[in-house]
Design a protein around this ligand. Sequence first.
Ligand code: CAA
Length: 373
Amino acid sequence: MNSQPASHATTEVGIASIGLQLPSLAFDVRDLASLRGEDPDKFTIGLGCREMALCSEDEGIVHLALGAARRALDRWDGELDDLGLLVVGTESAVDMSRPLSAWVADGLGLRGAVRSYEVKHACYGGTLALRQAVEWKLSGAAAGKAALVVAADVALYEPGDPGEPTQGAGAVAFVVDVPTIASIDVHSHAWSEPEFDFWRPVGQDFPSVDGPLSLDCYKRAAERCFRRWIEEAGDASLSKLEAVCFHVPFPKMVKKAVLALGESLGWSEEVSRAFYSEKVGPTMGWNLFTGNAYTAALWIAVARTLIGRTEGARLAAFSYGSGFGSELLTLTAGPAAIDGAWARDVETDVANRRLIDVAAYQGLRGEREVAAA
Ligand code: CAA
């Protein structure tokens, strides 16, 4: 076991257990390119994408969120009775009133003296859920109980939309308690600006996107958050980080943001590229197999990056949600990070999933009458 049960010790709080869940299907973006008459290099080199995770007709957001939650709890020494908070961040809600957390609680058999709710702020919702759990613990309101936090999404665009190659799905769940895997610093740096870069009005199946504006907003948010952190923590603070994780709408977005950040900090392009290659690029190893999983995308990168870290290793996590809200968090690896028990979840799901062909993808998207599952 890599974790401890709920405790009253609240001086340090963070991640005590991690679980992930991916759906059972995947589609290669090169096949999507052939379907849409695009050069595959545009999707693989231009956007940096490889495979998108897709739900079968029998799967969906509840399956993902519940699967991740079960896996996180299975790996934790505590009991359901030790939980005082269940919070789910998502932008794939199935109901405007009933929270997704109610479906998760139902599946887990969790009821009673538990605060259970859903958080929405585009891709930033999972981070907000995690922050609320950490702050709830640190405030003393938890009274020794632990929190279960889930970030889960199914990211689909209108067939043929420019966002289609960036689609994906996945869920990450964390038990927030004694930080055996990673402590999360209470101090973080948030930045928000009201914008219409990506939105999905009530009743609309797929998002509307102002692509160029969304790229600019993401880059501006990263620059603002990192600059605020550097002003406070000093220039040397970045070099003390072993890895820097970003929200991953598509991998090239992250590279663009790092290059823009470097330029704003006065770095040479060579320094920015070296920083990206050493500390940022490797964090997205799993995102290449999930595609964008909105609220879960950053936390999939963090979960991947924590594996094998020695105790005391420092990481940063930059969260971005359209609309827009963003936040830079810092984490410190705990003694159980080195073990990386949660790697099995992704390894198992990727090994067992089925790579579908173009016809099956069209069937899944309702573009032709083909059984996809
Ligand atoms: N070979 C290699 N590269 C090629 C190429 C080829 N044959 N053809 C094109 N490219 C390159 C382009 O030069 C471009 O790269 P640069 O930006 O570095 O120049 C890249 O491929 C993409 O090409 P386009 O800009 O022409 O692509 P597009 O306009 O069709 O779509 C997009 C790009 C607007 C980002 C679209 O994928 C999209 O709408 N995505 C969803 C929105 C999104 O993810 N925004 C990110 C910030 S918002 C956020 O983070 C929240 C969230 O999760 C959604």
